[in-house]
Design a protein around this ligand. Structure first.
Ligand SMILES: NC(=O)C1=CN([C@@H]2O[C@H](COP(=O)(O)OP(=O)(O)OC[C@H]3O[C@@H](n4cnc5c(N)ncnc54)[C@H](O)[C@@H]3O)[C@@H](O)[C@H]2O)[C@@H](O)CC1
Ligand SMILES: [K+]
Length: 511
């Protein structure tokens, strides 16, 4: 699914009106009717008070349509107009007049904080104050109103986007944003719903299709793409009946140092589970018995050094290489990386300490093989690209890095983001139970294993991150968030493959 910017949505809006020969008010009626249907399906006529707070633009207009339809259906509705400016939009005014036809209780005009109503915990608050047209942070009494609503335990439903949140630019005042329990967003979710600093304001959402022009939606390059189950299904490659283990490649995992051989075991096991045909794991000597015991399917090659890597040397051409998990930061390991980057042409996943070593030895940057995949967590990323001001600045910095060095970057975290040039992919699977040691090592194994099977680098990232998160979701379903360990993620990769085409939606609503 695509995520568009506010500017693109206004464009889509304009084109829709032209193509479908409808007025703004008709489009607004569609939007309001969709929200009404959502309510009506759930409330089924219940008499709970619904307090709709409308701004003076088109988001407020949506609120007025909703109010009118709810009143007509016999619901207990109180409509407020947050009258912060006299610049009311045309469609707002149109619907302001219409609502007066269905009730003698005209909307309550609010002009300062003396007008704030008391709200019972059982009431429902609808936030139709500001939508994607917000151009500066909320202040004055409107900010206080937002805080008044936030202080109430009542259920808060935001129309299109929580008021005060910008859809695709940085937040300036987090005390001036409605903390919605749920958001009903039109046509496509907004980028802010997925980024660490702003996702808290829209913790769950539904997308309402208001029938914007299909050609525009299909043909316009979006801000970002969300990878959910349907996209992942399209990326999956079926196995050939006459396949043999060579068909799916011979991957090389370069990992481990004294005390961190587990990282090598975990990524090796993940490389197998995602489907690599063969895996050789290259480790310091001290890990030899450990690896043969923990992953007997793997072949093991060792460095001349006992405790760290100094020179990587294998006698085959790997179909893919995953390097860096638990390798430590010895000077000799820097040299080992240099010669690996120079001498091996296989597609590569670069993780963990390999990324840290690149940050500390910038000459390694010039040697990065083209189309390599870097999989930093936030700390590693900051060392690599420098400090950022906010989530959007972070994304810009990573885009620049990706373009300059011709590499792909996977920023790990909730909604992991894959960046390739100026294109963004947001992952929808995964959960906080995966914040556990070794989870990252298993992801680099997964991506290496996909590269090894012949998936291209971008698909390996995007599909790999999805499958890894999906396996983590299945693991959590079995044992809860706290108990999940990296091996549980790996042990659910098989189930994730089987469930990829299953109809069951139990793995989470945003998947
Ligand atoms: N684009 C679309 O496809 C559709 C949009 N619709 C609704 O229209 C909304 C956008 O409407 P608008 O463009 O009228 O914008 P909003 O309703 O979000 O904002 C209203 C106006 O408030 C003013 N404003 C901005 N920041 C302010 C601030 N900090 N303090 C005081 N005033 C401020 C601006 O002049 C802005 O035009 C969407 O979020 C959605 O709810 C729907 O009606 C259906 C279709
Ligand atoms: K809103």
């Amino acid at each position: 699914m695509k995520i568009f910017s506010a500017e693109q949505l206004y464009e889509a809006d304009k084109i829709t009106l032209e193509q479908q020969q409808i007025t703004t008010e008709e489009l607004m009626e569609r939007a309001g009717a969709q929200i009404f249907n959502w309510f009506h399906e759930r409330l089924n006529g219940a008499s709970v008070p619904i307090r709709i707070f409308c701004g003076i633009g088109n988001n407020g207009g949506d609120g007025l349509v909703l109010g009118r339809l709810l009143i007509e259906a016999g619901y207990n509705v109180i409509v407020y107009v947050v009258n912060c400016s006299d610049k009311r939009s045309k469609s707002f005014l149109y619907n302001y007049n219409l609502i007066k036809n269905v009730t003698t209780d005209w909307p309550i005009l609010m002009t300062d904080k003396n007008d704030f109503p008391e709200i019972d915990p059982e009431d429902i608050i609808v936030d139709a104050i500001f939508g994607i047209g917000l151009n500066r942070s909320l202040d004055g009494w409107v900010k206080k109103l937002i805080q008044h609503l936030n202080a109430s335990p009542a259920f808060k439903l935001a129309v299109d986007i929580p008021s005060g949140l910008f859809p695709n630019t940085a937040l300036k005042d987090e005390d001036a944003v409605l903390r919605a329990n749920h958001t009903l967003t039109f046509q496509t979710p907004k980028l802010a719903f997925f980024l660490p600093e702003t996702a808290q304001f829209a913790p769950s959402f539904d997308i309402l299709d208001i029938g914007l022009d299909r050609d525009f939606l299909v043909n316009t390059k979006p801000l970002a793409q969300i990878i959910s189950k349907p996209e992942a299904q399209n990326l999956y490659k079926h196995r050939e009946r006459f396949a043999h283990k060579g068909t799916y490649g011979h991957a090389l995992i370069v990992a481990g140092s004294y005390g961190k051989i587990g990282a090598a075991s975990i990524s090796t096991a993940a490389t197998f589970r995602i489907g690599a045909g063969m895996v050789t794991t290259f480790i310091p000597k001290c890990g030899y018995s450990i690896l043969q015991n923990t992953v007997p399917e793997a072949m093991v090659a060792t460095d001349i050094e006992e405790e760290f890597l100094s020179k990587i040397n294998v006698d085959f051409e790997p179909s893919a290489i995953g390097v860096g998990m638990g390798i430590g930061k010895s000077d000799k390991t820097v040299e080992a990386l240099k010669s690996l980057f120079k001498n091996y042409k296989s597609p590569m996943v670069i993780d963990a300490d390999a990324i840290n070593l690149i940050s500390e030895n910038k000459e390694l940057l010039k040697l990065l093989p083209k189309n390599s995949i870097l999989t930093p967590h936030l700390g590693e990323l900051q060392r690599l690209v420098g400090k950022w001001k906010d989530d959007y600045d972070k994304i810009e910095k990573v885009k620049e890095f990706s373009i300059k060095h011709e590499v792909l970057v996977v920023i790990k975290g909730a909604y992991s983001i894959t960046i390739f040039g100026d294109t963004l992919y947001l992952n929808s699977s995964g959960n906080p139970g995966m914040a556990t040691a070794g989870s990252g090592d298993s992801l680099s194994g997964v991506i290496t294993g996909l590269l090894s099977q012949g998936y291209d680098p971008l698909t390996s990232c995007v599909f790999g991150v999805y499958m890894h998160g999906f396996a983590g979701d299945l693991a959590v379903n079995q044992m809860g968030y706290e108990a999940v360990m990296a091996n549980d993620i790996i042990n659910n990769i098989g189930e994730a493959y089987m469930m990829l085409f299953a109809k069951d939606q139990s793995e989470g609503e945003n998947n």
